[in-house]
Design a protein around this ligand. Structure first.
Ligand SMILES: Cc1cc2nc3c(=O)[nH]c(=O)nc-3n(C[C@H](O)[C@H](O)[C@H](O)COP(=O)(O)O)c2cc1C
Length: 404
């Protein structure tokens, strides 16, 4: 049975939720499912903006039909060709054969690559700034490549200032009845999942996000309609989510404190980081966070890294080199373009190896990172000398936290 939500008198949410999916992109754990948003606009012409993931195809087709209430569908605007949004394009074209598809050159290329057997006869290619008038409403198209795929574009509805923002401003988690950010606890209720979504999926492309934000700075945006998560329609929440994006895309921190990320097989490295955390707390450092990286999915850890000004990496030697989960975590964070951080290191060696050198190697000769303090090397277990070395590191960290 259909389940639609009125966004405006003439705009209807035709999306849905998947609570059975455990991981988004088969990669990122979902603790509260995922929503897929799509919208029908009823004007002199009718428009569908994007489709949804195949997991909710049946509901989606019912929703579109219900929203149209017997009318035909004139246009499908394809903002993003990722399968979680384009999986039902064929079904839509089959159900509404006179429909015209709207996208850019890359949209068309990807469309024919994903669906090689299907003939898309009515495809309109649009460019930056072109408009489509559908009655009293007009959609203006903005090309926003690499936010986060090359074909991504957004539509700005001119008369009321509605931004159909593709994956930008999206979030993990389902829509539980409340479709609008002002109907949930915002930002507390969603911001952590919005950040984890941004950092892991869009985070690499900060410069492209900043370009898109610059384009929108002159627009009067009254509503943001993303492809996942809540719709933003109050000036306060729009301001907050735009500011959050500006911050995340600029690789700025919002917590001036230490995030301590450790790996430990037998508890000795863990013992050292707990001592360091206590020493830092004694020196007045607040909001310190310590994570066992073997126990927490990297998507959460990398989203945390985005937030903190100072990162401490602590890991043992393992078969002559860095404990591989730490190695993988650092590499993935750097691939996502993590930068502008102060970094410190702790390693653990029983007979020796490259763990410390490898960790440091990822950050040295890179102006986007600065090392704080002398690295601490634990000789298997924490000894008096280690406690002193940790105290010296705590001194340098707290000095750096107060100085910068
Ligand atoms: C499979 C395995 C490989 C290890 N390889 C090294 C190594 O290459 N060099 C070294 O100094 N210690 C090595 N160790 C010993 C660890 O350094 C030591 O067990 C660990 O660092 C103690 O810290 P933890 O209690 O935090 O795990 C290895 C330990 C294991 C279990």
């Amino acid at each position: 049975m259909q389940n639609t939500v009125q966004v405006k008198p003439d705009i209807i949410w035709v999306g849905g939720n998947d609570r059975r999916v455990n991981r988004f992109e088969n990669l990122f754990p979902l603790t509260h499912g995922m929503s897929y948003n799509a919208y029908v606009i009823l004007d002199e012409k009718t428009v569908l903006t994007d489709t949804v993931d195949r997991s909710i195809s049946v509901l989606f087709m019912e929703n579109v039909k219900a929203a149209l209430a017997g009318r035909q569908l004139d246009y499908l605007v394809i903002h993003h060709m990722e399968p979680d949004h384009c999986a039902n394009i064929e079904a839509i074209v089959q159900a509404y054969p006179d429909i015209q598809l709207i996208g850019n050159r890359n949209t068309y290329k990807f469309l024919t690559q994903f669906y090689p057997a299907f003939a898309f006869n009515h495809f309109i290619t649009v460019k930056e700034g072109e408009e489509l008038t559908i009655g009293k409403r007009t959609l203006r198209f903005y090309m926003t490549p690499n936010v986060h795929w090359p074909e991504v574009m957004m539509s700005y509805e001119v008369s009321e200032g509605l931004l159909f923002s593709a994956d930008a401003f999206g979030s993990f988690a389902t829509i539980d009845g409340n479709l609008f950010s002002d109907e949930i606890y915002f930002p507390e209720g969603i911001i952590d999942e919005a950040r984890r979504y941004y950092v892991n999926i869009v985070g690499k492309f900060g410069s492209h996000v900043l370009k898109a934000l610059k384009k929108f700075s002159d627009l009067n945006i009254t509503t943001i309609l993303p492809l996942h998560g809540p719709i933003y329609r109050t000036p306060e929440h729009i301001g907050q989510i735009l500011a959050a994006y500006q911050n995340w895309a600029s690789y700025d921190f919002d917590k001036k404190s230490a995030l301590i990320l450790y790996a430990s097989m037998y508890g000795n490295t863990e013992n050292a980081v707990d001592i360091l955390a206590s020493q830092l707390a004694k020196k007045g450092v607040r909001e310190i966070k310590v994570y066992d990286i073997s126990d927490t999915d990297p998507s959460y850890l990398i989203a945390e890294m985005w937030q903190y000004s100072h990162l401490v990496f602590a890991a043992p030697n393992y078969n002559g080199d860095l404990f591989y989960k730490m190695d993988a975590l650092i590499r993935e964070a750097l691939r996502l373009n993590l930068k502008n951080k102060k970094v410190s290191f702790i390693s653990n060696a029983t007979w020796g190896g490259l763990a410390l050198k490898t960790m440091q190697g990822y950050f040295e000769d890179d102006k986007r990172f600065a090392q704080v303090g002398t690295p601490v090397e634990i000789p298997s277990a924490v000894c008096e000398g280690t406690v002193d070395a940790l105290a010296a590191l705590a001194d340098e960290l707290s000095a750096s936290l107060t100085a910068d």
